[in-house]
Design a protein around this ligand. Structure first.
Ligand code: GDD
Length: 373
């Protein structure tokens, strides 16, 4: 990751061939004239060929009229009526773009358009993706960022760390080549974090960050609700699955397995409290935990298979568990009589090795047979 710092060399980007600036909007009528004025100045200062596409979710607040009233033939609005949301709006805008350089930015002027030339320099120098960043030296934010907003942003960024080393992957201000965008398959962002989605799905390694001053919006309101923030967790899970598929499936399988132990013990206690015979209580705990494990694995761990035939899957799951139990027993027993023989805690060590072997066998059976893709 490279941090691009301001240079005096911006003249280099004059006459850059075609830039499509995509601005996702929802009820931003008051901001449209201001952002267009700033972009028009940029266009004139650098003799840029550009288009601005407001990708609007049918705001019906006069946004379409405000774009038309600007009189700029390089500005248009795409009124969307399906698949509402910031990220889908950006993707649709990128698909509609006609120029080879794509810029995404907010409408509320949080992101300074004047930084675009610096970001283009990054692309020209070989970077694949350039972010207008709040977290590199030289960047700043308005003072009235409360502690909670700051903390929220830091935690969200930390959670994305294993996916990218970029300092500000949450930014909605970035630039990339249309040619790269056109090659990416399977874009599936949930919520706001379209930059993170593109970096991970395009597999970009050379990402630059240009420091910006992030201003608080003057007109209108943020649409970033708590619900949108929760969607980020769902989005992260999908991206982790994309990047670290096998490790993620195994981790989820183990977490579900651990939850099964808790379910088993809770059920056992309930049945004991009801005064039932020990054998019934033990069998009840095992039976209920097998069912919850199956349902959780089907719904979460291997969610891609959740539309498969549930009956067949359940039989397969129980079968794989039975085979796993046999492998567990065979490995424990064999080790008990060989490697660990004579050792004081030999039986426990053999049992632990057996559990690990059984679990791996069980996992592989579920991943590649019962819930195969
Ligand atoms: N089309 C469309 N549909 N646009 C939307 C939607 C939507 O559902 N929701 C928000 N937008 C537009 C807004 O109109 C604005 O132009 C831009 O997306 C950003 O939305 P804000 O609601 O202003 O976001 P924010 O200021 O709270 O969030 C900022 O910080 C995030 C990182 O914490 C933005 O910079 C985000 O881009 C950034 O991810």
């Amino acid at each position: 990751m490279t941090v691009t710092t301001p240079t005096d060399d911006l003249a280099e980007i004059r006459y850059t061939t075609g830039i499509s600036i995509i601005v996702p909007t929802y009820q931003e009528v008051d901001n449209i004239p201001h952002i267009l004025a700033r972009l028009d100045k940029l266009r004139q200062d650098y003799n840029l060929t550009l288009e601005v596409i407001f990708s609007d979710d049918n705001s019906q607040d006069g946004s379409a009229e405000a774009v038309a009233a600007s009189g700029f033939d390089w500005a248009k609005i795409l009124v969307r009526t399906k698949d509402r949301g910031l990220s889908p709006a950006v993707i649709e805008g990128f698909e509609a773009a006609q120029y080879p350089i794509l810029v995404c930015m907010d409408c509320d002027l949080s992101h300074p358009p004047e930084r675009i030339p610096q970001m283009i320099l990054g692309l020209n120098s070989g970077q694949q993706f350039v972010i207008g960043s709040r977290y590199v030296p030289g960047a700043s934010t308005d003072d009235d960022w409360g502690f909670l907003r700051w903390l929220n942003s830091i935690i969200a960024t930390m959670l994305a760390r294993p996916l990218t080393k970029v300092k500000d992957p949450m930014s909605g201000f970035f630039i990339m080549r249309k040619a790269d965008f056109d090659t990416v398959k399977e874009l599936n962002p949930v919520g706001y974090k379209i930059a993170l989605e593109l970096i991970v799905k395009c597999g970009f390694q050379n990402v630059g960050e240009v420091p910006i001053h992030f201003s608080d919006r003057v007109y209108g309101e943020s649409k970033l609700s708590f619900k949108e923030q929760l969607k980020y967790i769902q989005h992260l899970r999908r991206l982790y699955l994309h990047r670290f598929a096998n490790a993620m499936y195994l981790a989820q399988f183990l977490v579900v397995g651990a939850s099964g132990v808790a379910v088993n013990l809770i059920m056992l206690s309930i049945l004991l409290a009801m005064g039932l015979p020990d054998a019934v209580c033990l069998a009840g705990g095992i039976g209920v935990s097998v069912i919850t494990n199956f349902l959780l694995n089907r719904r979460f761990t291997f969610s891609y298979a959740k539309d498969g035939n549930i009956g067949k899957q359940f039989v397969g799951f129980v079968g794989a568990s039975a085979v796993g139990a046999c492998v567990n027993f065979a490995v424990s027993y064999a080790l008990r009589n060989s490697i660990f023989e004579g050792s004081g805690s030999g039986l426990y060590l053999s049992a632990l090795c057996g559990i690990a072997a059984g679990m791996i066998f069980n996992y592989l059976g579920n991943r590649y047979i019962v819930f195969r893709k």
